[in-house]
Design a protein around this ligand. Structure first.
Ligand code: ADP
Ligand code: MG
Length: 480
């Protein structure tokens, strides 16, 4: 970048800061709740003012949506006041895809008037840091991702144990490379970085580097274009613990794969630790060279699976503790019941709830939760009918509909019947009376009793809890 364009950038930034400061003064005076101002406006960073177009950076997509939903008019008026009649506003959302660096993405714009959205590039090359100052290279580790904040469950037990063991003896174990694989939002990045953070804390390795596959690729391409390939290679071959995230993105990038191959060999031979993450098992990767795949399979592959109910609850509880907040038990259970496949989404729900609470200064209860989270938690129960419940319960317990609806008081029949009624009440909008009629012409008080029994049973008996969960799961699938 030339000096001229640098100083032009600087001027745009200063202009944005000055204008935004004026805007903030107006906005502050127009928002009753100072906490809201703190929450939603203080984190905004003015990036540049070009002509009458101001670009501001917000910390997340959710943030952006919130501002647009709640402060659109105020923001519009203010910006026109400060900048001029034709003022335009552009958001730049910093998505924390990985903690390497903020990535600025294009957004479907929500203009003050109309706006052109431009991408702001903030690309930094890892090995530049190294070159400029060997002692102060960036490891790109996010201090948030540590073992202590990671909840262990059946779903991730092996991965967790392997990660911990590696953090103790990086490079000097048979888990080299360690491959952590699993679906989106299940903790691969967290665990991989926890290794890096632990190794750094205990000073078990000197040079630790976390890099996403995309960043590695970009840096590599960049190095080739600027004739610095050997510098690039030398940099990576010096790393003592190398963590590469999301290696599935190496697919079909032949040159990059070749480079990875050589780096891998050098590090492996020198007993340097390599940690990789991937969205699927190595053998299912496509578009990667055979020799690379065979090396990736040398060490240990450990999978991360979707957490079960208990683990989801534990994760929510941990996140609340970490945030210094607490939510009512039924709210937590509602989230844990409904967000089943992705831990990132679990977190998203908490953040959204907490934001709402701080904004409205209102206690969070179950009904508010349902309203606030309605976009995230699709109501999976809308299509569920009493007939479906009957079918699923009969299949599950291997009963005939006559057994279920009949008069027998045998214990296992009674339990199945009570479960069916309980599910009828919790998953459909049927009244106690309708449910009673459906399941063998029973009185509404029998249904109330059944619901109470199962609710109590869920708290006391892991088997009942498991049955309820399994039945709900089957019903949701049936109702899709
Ligand atoms: P992935 O890389 O597999 O897509 P991440 O590691 O980015 O998933 O995890 C998504 C979010 O969920 C992160 O904020 C992470 O801290 C959190 N998370 C994932 N697994 C756990 C866990 N077992 N305990 C606590 N938090 C978790
Ligand atoms: Mg990840």
């Amino acid at each position: 970048m030339s000096l001229d364009s640098q100083s032009a950038d600087n001027a745009e930034k200063l202009a944005a800061q000055a204008a935004w400061k004026k805007c903030l003064d107006i906005i502050r005076d127009n928002i009753n709740n100072q906490q809201s101002f703190k929450t939603w406006f203080e984190p905004i960073v003015p990036l540049k003012l070009v002509g009458e177009e101001i670009t501001i950076q917000v910390p997340s997509q959710f943030f952006y949506e919130w501002i647009e939903e709640n402060y659109y008019t105020l923001l519009k008026r203010t910006i026109i006041d400060v900048i001029g009649r034709n003022a335009k506003l552009t958001y730049s959302v910093v998505v924390q895809r990985s903690p390497i660096e903020p990535v600025t993405v294009k957004l479907p714009q929500q203009p003050v008037e109309q706006t052109s959205v431009r991408e702001v590039k903030t690309s930094r090359v890892a090995f530049d840091f190294y070159k400029s100052n060997v002692q102060r290279y960036e490891s790109y580790l996010n201090p948030k991702y540590v073992f202590e904040s990671f909840i262990k469950g059946d779903c991730n037990a092996l991965a967790f144990a392997a990660a911990k063991s590696i953090a103790e003896t990086p490079g000097k174990n048979t888990f080299n490379p360690l491959v952590l694989y699993g679906g989106v939002g299940l903790g691969k990045t967290h665990l991989a970085q926890a290794i890096g953070n632990a190794v750094r804390a205990r000073q078990k390795a000197e040079m630790i580097l976390y890099v996403s596959c995309e960043k590695f690729t970009l840096d590599f391409v960049n190095a080739i274009q600027t004739n610095r390939r050997s510098e690039f290679s030398a940099f990576y071959r010096n790393v003592d613990l190398l963590i590469i995230d999301d290696i599935q993105f190496f697919a079909d990038k032949e040159k990059t794969q070749e480079e990875v191959f050589h780096i891998f060999n050098t590090l492996h031979q020198a007993n340097k630790q390599i940690v990789l993450t991937c969205d699927r098992p190595i053998k299912e990767l496509r578009g990667l060279e055979e020799r690379l795949l065979s090396r990736f399979a040398w060490g240990l592959s450990a999978d991360l699976q979707a957490p079960d109910y208990e683990t989801r609850l534990a994760i929510l509880q941990k996140k609340m503790e970490d945030n210094g907040t607490s939510l009512p038990r039924d709210v937590i259970e509602f989230i844990a019941t409904n967000v089943v496949s992705n831990i990132r989404e679990l977190e998203g729900c908490l953040i959204k709830l907490m934001a709402t609470a701080s904004l409205h200064g209102r206690e969070i209860d179950l009904s508010l939760t349902k309203t606030v989270l309605k976009d995230i938690i699709r109501d999976r129960t809308v299509n569920i009918t009493l007939e479906m419940i009957e079918k699923v319960v009969c299949d599950y317990y291997k009963l005939s509909p006559n057994d279920l609806k009949g008069k027998s008081r045998k214990q296992e029949l009674a339990l199945a019947r009570q479960l069916a009624m309980f599910l009828g009440k919790t998953l459909t909008n049927s009244s106690f009376k309708t449910i009673g009629l459906h399941f063998g012409g029973r009185d509404h008080s029998t249904v109330i009793h059944a619901v109470n029994t199962i609710e109590k049973g869920q708290n006391e008996s892991p088997e009942i809890r498991k049955d309820v969960e399994e039945l709900k799961k089957r019903l949701e699938i049936l109702a899709l």
